[in-house]
Design a protein around this ligand. Structure first.
Ligand code: FAD
Length: 270
């Protein structure tokens, strides 16, 4: 019951619900007591009325004060069965948090991966396969920070790093414009040891891992990044689930994650 009460976010609605529930319980109990004792004493009715009102008042105050417990985020520890498919909310990381690039790996002619760990060495929340990180780059020549989103391209268990895999965006053929600002900066100027601020993972393009229906992942080029996270999550957390992964690449030199996908296929022979 307390859990249901705690799930009501609006404090007034929570207070009203608690007051009404207490009022109903005490009134009902008093009515039963008066009925059983067949009391005709007016003081018994008054006592029932006052205790109902006092109970409602206490309920209202309790409903207001229950905020903290009710709003506590669920953690992986509290939900062991669901942890595979739950976004673990972080109680402290709400806005920008500095991440250090601990590894930089070339995946193909145009895609490079960046492995990120928090500079504060604290824990990082898990994420739902398919979600992305928002990063902020201070790029010389730009009047304001450049903000971009990149899908999380790995699914480590436990989650102790994030991986972003970024395609270098060239200038479009036939146009005399700047090549991609953020992606080229990441490729050319962000190295192991660089620090990048990031916001917590988000995004609704996610795969529900714990179902038995076949998962079909279709991607092209750098569109492979969320699929990698989805394929790995299914293989690790629901290995019996049939998984089909179709990917298009210009040629072998542009084919990122070939070995990783082969390893996934070996673990998922269905
Ligand atoms: C949810 C989400 C997830 C994503 N995940 C990934 C991912 O995993 N990996 C990844 O690589 N990308 C991903 N992206 C794309 C990424 O966010 C960036 O959009 C991408 O890196 C390009 O940013 P940029 O700053 O390099 O290019 P920009 O500077 O934004 O330029 C984009 C393109 O426009 C061209 N251009 C510039 N000026 C003009 C002009 N005047 N006229 C015409 N064209 C012009 C540039 O040359 C370039 O080709 C994702 C995007 C979203 C929304």
């Amino acid at each position: 019951m307390f859990e249901s009460l705690g799930s009501i976010q609006n404090p007034f609605a929570r207070s009203l619900t608690a007051a009404f529930t207490t009022l109903s319980v005490i009134t009902l109990t008093s009515a039963i007591a008066i009925g059983v004792t067949k009391s005709k004493d007016e003081s018994a009715y008054k006592a029932a009325l006052y205790s109902s009102l006092i109970g409602a008042g206490c309920g209202a105050v309790f409903g207001l004060a229950y905020t903290n417990r009710g709003n506590q985020p669920k953690t992986a520890q509290a939900l062991p069965d669901e942890q595979a498919n739950q976004l673990v909310e972080n109680t402290t990381w709400r806005d920008w948090r500095n991440f250090v690039v601990v590894r930089k790996v070339k995946e193909s002619e145009e895609i490079t991966s960046f492995y990120l760990k928090p500079e504060d060495k604290g824990e990082i929340p898990n994420f739902q396969p398919g979600q992305f990180l928002t990063i902020k780059l201070e790029i010389p020549g730009q009047t304001r920070p450049v903000i971009r989103t990149y899908s999380l391209s790995d699914y480590p268990e436990p989650c102790d790093y994030y991986r972003l895999s970024i395609k270098r965006e060239p200038m479009p053929p036939g146009l005399d414009v700047m090549p991609g600002i953020a992606s080229n900066f990441m490729h050319d100027h962000v190295h192991e040891g660089s620090v990048i601020p990031a916001k917590p993972s988000s995004g609704k393009f996610i795969l529900e891992v714990q179902t038995s229906i076949p998962a079909v992942l279709i991607s092209n080029g750098v569109g492979i990044t969320p699929m990698m996270s989805m394929a790995k999550a299914v293989t690790r957390l629901n290995p019996q689930r049939p998984l089909w992964f179709l990917h298009g690449a210009r040629d072998g030199s542009f084919h990122a994650f070939r070995d990783e996908v082969r390893a996934i296929a070996e673990q998922n022979p269905i």
